[in-house]
Design a protein around this ligand. Structure first.
Ligand code: 5GP
Ligand code: MN
Length: 340
């Protein structure tokens, strides 16, 4: 048995809302990652079992390495089909908000739809400091992935039997990707109890590992080589590594959506590197998108929140910078010692 972490009152509130709703929308954050897509599809497959009319809506495209997930092709991308998304919002009586803690994380357009909708909203998440705008907030930062929260919620609502193989695969994929293949945030023994249950549901974990990680394009592998050889700057006194990536460089390697995901983790494999940052140019958005990773006590979410308009988890955070790459790098080098 796993312990009861989600408060009983919240379980009952969520159950009541789900049972009485017929048209349900599931939304997640911009640049959806494995947990955003996995936790959303997990709830999608679960709600289909309950014979609900359900639609997953994501702000923009998700990486290719997730497109084998069952029903990933049924996900509605707002940036391609805004009209359909708006119609779905108009009709919805319940919205599940997966893997984000604040409305702005879904992007300006979806945020407006979310805020003007009269549907009830349930937050299912594991980020710190959620907004207080949800009707039911099921947010547990101690959990390794939003999909873990989703699994626990489904079980606590009494629907373990309704977790089918498609749902289980989506949950497993989300937990695997959000913990870097169970290499961080994954010390809780109960995670492995959950995995055992998912495998009993038909998940082939070796196959999923292959599909997600041994699925790299030649361009992307060469991009990794380029970054390691040419772009990664290690600063031994700060025990950190910094990578900068311009749009021209991404173009040169024919970068597709999601191709830069995980690059920031590479330097952490170096002995005595405890912090890694990737600064990535985004000309269209007029900003530098930043990914932070750390090992141990360095709270990169606090650093990002204070200096780079961002946040996230203690050891994995993101942010944005609205001036030059050089200034961002300089500021980072200056403030990092305060967090070491
Ligand atoms: P990534 O580096 O993979 O984009 O993001 C790492 C973590 O930081 C994710 O859990 C993500 O939710 C969070 N994160 C990324 N960008 C932002 C941001 O701009 N604001 C906040 N609050 N969190 C972010
Ligand atoms: Mn997550």
């Amino acid at each position: 048995m796993i312990s009861k972490i989600i408060e009983e009152a919240k379980v009952q509130q969520a159950k009541k809302l789900i049972e009485k709703s017929q048209k349900i929308i599931i939304v997640s954050h911009m640049s959806p990652d494995g947990d955003a897509v996995g936790s959303s599809l997990a709830m999608y497959h679960f709600l289909l079992e309950l014979e609900k009319d359900v639609q997953v809506i994501l702000p923009d495209a998700f990486p290719d390495f997730l497109n084998w997930l069952n029903a990933s092709g049924d996900i509605l991308l707002y940036d391609r089909y805004p009209q359909y998304a708006e119609e779905a919002f108009d009709a919805a009586d319940l919205i599940l908000c997966m893997d984000f803690n604040s409305h702005h994380r879904v992007g300006e357009n979806l945020k407006q739809l979310l805020e003007k909708s009269s549907a009830k909203k349930i937050l299912i998440d594991h980020h710190l400091d959620p907004d207080e705008t949800f009707d039911v907030s099921i947010s547990y930062p101690s959990m390794c992935a939003t999909a873990e929260v989703a699994f626990r919620l489904i079980c606590r609502m009494g629907y373990f039997e309704e977790i089918n193989r498609n749902c289980a695969e989506a949950i497993y994929t989300a937990m695997m990707t959000d913990t870097g293949r169970f290499s961080y945030n994954s010390d809780s023994p109960e995670i492995y109890y959950i995995i055992a249950e998912l495998i009993k549901k038909g998940v082939n974990k070796d196959e999923i590992h292959r599909r997600v990680y041994q699925n790299e394009s030649l361009d992307r592998m060469r991009l990794r080589g380029y970054i390691i050889y040419e772009k990664m700057k290690v600063i031994p006194t700060l025990q950190c590594a910094i990578i900068t990536l311009t749009e021209d460089e991404m173009l040169h390697f024919n970068c597709q959506k999601g191709d830069t995901e995980g690059l920031v983790n590479i330097p952490l494999d170096i002995k005595n590197v405890n912090c890694s940052v990737l600064f990535k140019e985004d000309r269209q958005a007029g900003k530098i998108k930043i990914s932070f990773r750390s090992i141990g006590s360095i709270a990169v979410n606090e650093l990002s929140n204070k200096y780079f308009n961002g946040g996230g988890h203690k050891n994995a955070a993101g942010g944005s910078w609205y001036a030059s790459m050089e200034e961002a790098v300089e500021l980072f080098k200056k403030v990092l010692p305060d967090y070491m």
